[in-house]
Ligand binder design. Structure first.
Ligand SMILES: *[C@@H]1O[C@H](CO)[C@@H](O)[C@H](O)[C@H]1NC(C)=O
Ligand SMILES: *[C@@H]1O[C@H](CO)[C@@H](O)[C@H](O)[C@H]1NC(C)=O
Ligand SMILES: *[C@@H]1O[C@H](CO)[C@@H](O)[C@H](O)[C@H]1NC(C)=O
Ligand SMILES: *[C@@H]1O[C@H](CO)[C@@H](O)[C@H](O)[C@H]1NC(C)=O
Length: 253
């Protein structure tokens, strides 16, 4: 009995050896898992044309938050990575006109707190929450797809196609985009900023009520969490806490 199973194993092995050339065109065994946790910056560096986005992520410390989220996330993350051309296409001074907190919000606006493959995008219902938020709550964007697996992302200010992923393997998807995703809450039509007194308001200023939101003043709080921070002035300390909040959000969402 023992010897017959041995010979069965041996002939099976022979068969496999003989069959090997026939199956060689199939994918080999899964490549070894990358050493250590996922590193978004390294993925973007390898992509070659995301230097401005990398700088934004580093200056706002959002890169650290995202890498820590990737190491802990149940839902994964989706990143829209604007190319250097996309940043080059911004009106001069656009980034510098933002407060530090708005820059954090801009960076987090390019992050969705779950993993979306192109297929999952097709069944997702708009609007999709991003990791950015302000006084008006969580900032959202829309993804529209066509049946041939093409998709656009739209913020209400800009719309641009979602390109072939730079990386897509749970828990992380990174899609290059040819425009910086400008959040409506920051770049949409706004009443005059804080400086002018209310009495100077011109009648031709569009009322913001139809958009369902008010202007976000430069002192708004922007965090990776958002929903639970309504009405709270997060101030500067949020930068230290943003990683933890992001982790909490990643676990809760
Ligand atoms: C992630 O990759 C970047 C670029 O290669 C590198 O500078 C950084 O040290 C890496 N971070 C970690 C935590 O490995
Ligand atoms: C990743 O998470 C594990 C446990 O969840 C932790 O032990 C490890 O230090 C984390 N690594 C990084 C680079 O954050
Ligand atoms: C994507 O947006 C472009 C304009 O930027 C438009 O021509 C195209 O029809 C849109 N595609 C989808 C799937 O919405
Ligand atoms: C996003 O989608 C929602 C739901 O379809 C729609 O109400 C909203 O107007 C869309 N916003 C943008 C900017 O496309």
């Amino acid at each position: 009995m023992a010897s017959s199973s041995v010979s069965a194993v041996l002939s099976l092995a022979t068969l496999l050896i003989l069959a090997a050339p026939l199956v060689r065109s199939q994918p080999a065994a899964a490549p070894p898992a990358p050493a250590g946790p996922l590193n978004l910056t390294a993925i973007l560096v390898k992509g070659g044309n995301f230097n401005s986005f990398i700088r934004l992520l580093q200056q706002t410390r959002v890169d650290e938050q995202l890498n820590s989220q990737l190491n802990n996330s149940f839902n994964g993350l989706t990143i829209f990575a604007p190319t250097d051309n996309a940043f080059g296409g911004l009106k001069a001074g656009t980034l510098n006109s933002l407060s530090q907190q708005q820059q954090v919000a801009l960076a987090l606006y390019h992050v969705l707190p779950r993993y979306y493959s192109l297929t999952i995008f097709q069944t997702a219902s708009n609007p999709l929450p991003t990791q950015a938020s302000g006084k008006t709550g969580v900032y959202t964007l829309n993804v529209t797809t066509t049946t041939n697996n093409q998709a656009n992302v739209s913020t209400g200010v800009v719309e641009t196609p979602i390109n072939t992923p730079l990386y897509s393997d749970f828990p992380l998807a990174v899609y290059p985009v040819e425009k910086v995703l400008l959040p409506y809450e920051i770049f949409g039509p706004q009443p005059p900023a804080a400086a002018p007194a209310p009495s100077t308001k011109k009648p031709n200023s569009p009322p913001s009520s139809s958009a369902g939101q008010g202007a976000d003043s430069p002192s708004e709080g922007s965090t990776g969490s958002g929903a639970s921070l309504k009405g709270r002035e997060a101030g500067w300390s949020f930068i230290a806490g943003v990683g933890l909040l992001g982790i909490a959000a990643g676990n809760l969402l």
